[in-house]
Write a protein that binds this ligand. Sequence first.
Ligand code: AHR
Length: 506
Amino acid sequence: MTVHIDADVTDVIGHVPRRLFGSFVEHMGRGVYTGIYEPGHPAADERGFRRDVLDLVRELGPSVVRYPGGNFVSGYRWEDGVGPADRRPVRLDPAWHSVESNQFGLHEFMQWAQAADVEPMYALNLGTRGIQEAMDVLEYCNHPGGTTLSEQRRANGADRPFQIRLWCLGNEMDGPWQIGHKTADEYGRLAAETARAMRMIDPGLELVVAGSSSAQMPTFGSWERTVLRHTAALVDHISLHAYYQEIDGDTDSYLASAAALDGYIRATAGIIDETLANLRLDKKIGISVDEWNSWDLRRWNDVDSARLAAEGWQQRPKIIEDTYTVTDAVVVGSLLSCLLRNVDRVSMANQAQLVNVIAPIRSEPGGPSWRQTIFHPFRLAAASARGSSLRLTVNGARIHTTQHGEVDIVDAAATVDSGHCAVFLTNRATASATEVRFCVRGADMSLADAWTIATPDGLTRHATNTAESQPVQPTRLAGVTAASHHGGTTITAILPPLSWTVLRLG
Ligand code: AHR
């Protein structure tokens, strides 16, 4: 059984934005405290940033990091996190039934973002707060000086403005679990007026309005239509959030999660187009997939939330620290491929989250840090996907899934950039290898390298990486051949069962 994939270097879907490889740090569980920040840890620098974690973040290669939440932000007062650390208030964080020490705040995040070499993306509280607080934090961050708020920032150690360009207008305001949850009309009005006021202060901002928190929300579709009717003239992006998990052992459906993400993105894109046409607005609104990942929600619903309630309010509780498997890494790889195939509509994306909380990086308090299985597809894709995403034609076997209907056995994406090509291949066949012939016209290239993430010898698809041992690593894929023909190149590879592979040509 051979899968044939055809491409032409002149037939592109669109440019691959660097922001496609974003991440997310929320004040939640151990994402910040004992994650990226742990004063007193042997690897901490003078600011309390864990150097070992920073090294892993730089290796992972996220381009933009969203902060400070998430559900957390909808009850957050940004002022609590600025000024002398010993005078900052300790507060309840009702979203995650936790205690927030505020020892890490805006200045610490901006310093950390600089050290990690990532663009900051700041989320505003539109749950319990509104236009005034959004204007205040913007003035504090971006105004050069001469006003009380900007001078306060300077007095707090940041002489130059932070110049944060990307702002999220709230988080998951469609969700009944959200503090300050609103109807689409209530939120749409608030987001529009917040955007208008913010643009009066700084017209160069990029604003992200909150779309749906999942495609399963009963309001998905109507939420976007209403919110965009209020905000389309004032925003640059609309978000969508998407998490996937294996349900009741239905591995085939889980491996086809990219089909669901694809449908979700295309449906959102259709609503954007329809709304812009109805409003006669000649502009583009990108889709910010600003939370996506594999997440076993049962762990939160059945285990962690019950434990939190039983143990009471505490700082940095251990919550949703999912330990990822080979299967999860393959799904994450295919979700990245899906994002690459949708670069005509997706303007940025943030894997949620970065450290400890459903994260590619794990760390122990006072102890080591390590790469989870899902670290590897993200790192390889962020490092290899460059230039333009190619339109592909895939011909080969298909598989029936309960949740997503028929999908290709091999899920594929490819990018091309001045004589270099990267091909991303997911083999969804769980028990058999699949041969792939990738034929790209218009370029004479040879194989540079081939990496695959598959089940290590002697282990199962449930294999994980832990502090003690990390058996799940990319390995070189042997036996890949490249042949030139009439100005094109054909690559032949045999993909291991249940695997995610990147072929790099140049
Ligand atoms: O990433 C974890 C949580 O998932 C975020 O706080 C929230 O926005 C989403 O529901």
